[in-house]
Write a new protein. Structure first.
Length: 307
C-alpha cells in the first residue's frame, strides 16, 4: 500500500507534470490569473494547516486551542493531503524520539555519511520512507489523539477532506464560468500542481533541513536552519531551534529568522482562540547557542515577535 502511495501520489504527479507541462503551455492549458490565486490560497491554507495545526498544535502541543480553532486546524492540515492527523502525528513524534538515529522514519543520514549515501538518504527522507513497512504505532505515539472524539472524526473524514482539497478550486471556477475546460485547467494547476508543490516543500524539512544549512543550536541530531525552506514553509525551515526546543510555538529564534506560523499563533492568542502558548525560554535557548551564533540577538519578546 505504501509503495502504491509512493508511485501514484508522489512520483506520479511529478512525472505527469514534467511530461505535460510543455504541451499544456503550448495547447492553451497554461495557468490563468485565477488559477494562480486559487493555487496560492490553497497552498497557504495547506501549509499553515500543517505548520500551525498538525505540527505545532497536535504533535508538539505548543499551544492549546479552543474547539472551533482545533477542528479548523485539523481540517486545514488535511487539505495538504499528507494523511490523517493521527498518522501524521505518530510518525513525527517517532522522528523526534530517534532523530537522525536508527528508528527515525525519515533521516537523510539513514545510509551513511558519504556523498553517495547522503544522496540516497535525501531521496529516502523526501519520499522514499513512504514505502517502508515499519509504521509508527498510534497507541504508543498518539494516545491523546486517539482519545479525542474530534480527532477521531477528523481521521474518519480525511477521504472527504482530500476530495475537497482537490475538487474545490475547479468547482469554484466551474460555478463562475460554466466552462469545463477552464475548470480542468484549474484542476491541473491549482489542485494537482499545488498538491505536488505542497508535499515536496514540506518534506524538504525532513531532507534538506537535516543535511544542509547552519546549526545555531547544539542538538543531538543534524537539524539545520535553511532560509529558503523557512520562507516556503512559513517558518518550519528554522529547524535547528525546533529540535533544541521541540515544544516551542516559535521556530525562528534569532534576528533575521521570520516565522509566519508563530506570528499567526500569536494572533490566535491575542484574539483568545489559543492559550497556554509555549513561547521559547530565552535563557534556556541561549544556553544551547553555538559559538558562531552567540552574538546574534533573539527577537524582541522572544517568541511573540514573529520576525
Amino acid at each position: 500500500m505504501r509503495t502504491g502511495y509512493l508511485l501514484t501520489l508522489v512520483v506520479g504527479p511529478l512525472t505527469v507534470l514534467a511530461l505535460a507541462l510543455p504541451a499544456a503551455l503550448a495547447g492553451g492549458w497554461g495557468p490563468r490569473w485565477y488559477d494562480a490565486v486559487l493555487g496560492a490560497g490553497m497552498y497557504a491554507l495547506s501549509i499553515m494547516g500543517i505548520t500551525a495545526g498538525y505540527h505545532r498544535h497536535f504533535t508538539h502541543l505548543s499551544f492549546r486551542a479552543k474547539r472551533p480553532l482545533r477542528i479548523a486546524l485539523g481540517v486545514a492540515g488535511g487539505l495538504a493531503l499528507e494523511g490523517p492527523v493521527t498518522m501524521w502525528v505518530a510518525e513525527h513524534r517517532r522522528h523526534h524520539q530517534y532523530a537522525d538515529q536508527e528508528g527515525d522514519p525519515h533521516s537523510p543520514w539513514a545510509y551513511g555519511t558519504t556523498r553517495r549515501a547522503l544522496a540516497k538518504g535525501l531521496w529516502h527522507a523526501q519520499v522514499g520512507w513512504f514505502s517502508s513497512p515499519v509504521r509508527s504505532h498510534h497507541p504508543r505515539y498518539a494516545p491523546d489523539l486517539l482519545a479525542d472524539p474530534d480527532v477521531r472524526r477528523l481521521d474518519r473524514c480525511y477521504p472527504l477532506t482530500a476530495v475537497v482539497s482537490l475538487g474545490l478550486p475547479p468547482a469554484v471556477v466551474l460555478a463562475v464560468s460554466h466552462d469545463w475546460h477552464c475548470a480542468l485547467v484549474t484542476f491541473f494547476w491549482a489542485s494537482l500542481v499545488r498538491y505536488a508543490v505542497v508535499h515536496h516543500v514540506t518534506w524538504s524539512v525532513n531532507s534538506v533541513a537535516h543535511a544542509f544549512g547552519a546549526r545555531h543550536y547544539r542538538t543531538r541530531d543534524q537539524s539545520r536552519d535553511v532560509p529558503w525552506v523557512a520562507l516556503l514553509t512559513f517558518g518550519e525551515g528554522w529547524h535547528n531551534l525546533h529540535h533544541a526546543d521541540p515544544g516551542s510555538a516559535r521556530h525562528g529564534g534569532l534576528t533575521g529568522q521570520p516565522d509566519l506560523t508563530a506570528w499567526l499563533i500569536a494572533r490566535f492568542e491575542r484574539w483568545g482562540w489559543a492559550y497556554d502558548v509555549r513561547w521559547p525560554d530565552g535563557r534556556r535557548t541561549a544556553a544551547r547557542l553555538t559559538t558562531e551564533a552567540a552574538g546574534r540577538r533573539a527577537p524582541r519578546r522572544h517568541g511573540r515577535m514573529a520576525g
